[in-house]
Every structure is written in structure tokens, then in C-alpha cells.
Ligand binder design. Structure first.
Ligand SMILES: [Ca+2]
Ligand SMILES: [Ca+2]
Ligand SMILES: [Ca+2]
Length: 129
């Protein structure tokens, strides 16, 4: 590969990366009943599925390492009332519910694409991905 080809490949990679980044946030991935919104049951179902994926040692808790970038230190502290440094399924579900509520200012029980595009929506999305 000569320099010109390498540069073209790099630019193409950058373009496709920025295209993916520019894609508007959507609840699509968390809307199995396809009504265009994510309700709390859908959010919690996604959370439960994720919990199982993130907990390969199946000890029933997620530590900071397993949570990764989804939860920062302050977030973990808030979501961990028993202060054992890990989140169990109940604490994880409560955190999802708290972020869901924060991202749903119109209190209609669902998160739509407009709500998921807010700062609070991003926090919920970050947790579920
Ligand atoms: Ca739905
Ligand atoms: Ca805990
Ligand atoms: Ca709403």
C-alpha cells in the first residue's frame, strides 16, 4: 500500500466513523414492540439482558470494571445504596428507572427519539448499550 492509498483508506475510515457518529440517537434498538418509543418495561428488559451479558462470572453483581464506561464513579456511588462497590440486579434496575424518569420530562411513560436526544436521554442510552 503506498502513501496515497493509505491516506485514502484513513480518510474513508474517518468519514464512515463520523457518519456513524452523526446518526441521531434513537430508541429503535430498545423498542421491541415497535411503537416508536421505549417504555420502562422495554428499558428494564434491555437492562436485564445487558446485566446478564456484563456479568460473565454470574456472581449476580456488576463491579466498576464490568460496568465500564456506562457508569462513572459518582454514578456507581449513587446507584449503590448498600455501598458494597458493586451493583446487583435490583440496584441496576433502580438506576435504569431513575435515568428513565429523568429522561422522560413529559411523564407519559415512554421515551421518544426527541427525549433520547437530550442529555438525560444520552445518560440512559449509555447505560443500556
Ligand atoms: Ca415500545
Ligand atoms: Ca451494591
Ligand atoms: Ca416521554
Amino acid at each position: 500500500m503506498n502513501f496515497k492509498t493509505a491516506a485514502a483508506v484513513a480518510i474513508a475510515a474517518m468519514l464512515s466513523a463520523s457518519a456513524a457518529f452523526a446518526e441521531a440517537p434513537s430508541v429503535k434498538a430498545f423498542d421491541p414492540d415497535k411503537d416508536g418509543t421505549m417504555d420502562l418495561a422495554e428499558a428494564k428488559a434491555a437492562g436485564a439482558k445487558l446485566f446478564a451479558t456484563l456479568d460473565p462470572d454470574k456472581d449476580g453483581t456488576l463491579d466498576a470494571k464490568e460496568l465500564g464506561a456506562r457508569v462513572d464513579a459518582a454514578g456507581l456511588k449513587t446507584a449503590d445504596p448498600d455501598n458494597d462497590g458493586t451493583l446487583d440486579a435490583k440496584e441496576f434496575a433502580a438506576m435504569i428507572e431513575a435515568r428513565f424518569t429523568a429522561a422522560n420530562p413529559d411523564k407519559d411513560g415512554t421515551i421518544d427519539d426527541k427525549e433520547i436526544a437530550t442529555k438525560e436521554g444520552a445518560a440512559l442510552l449509555q447505560l443500556l448499550q
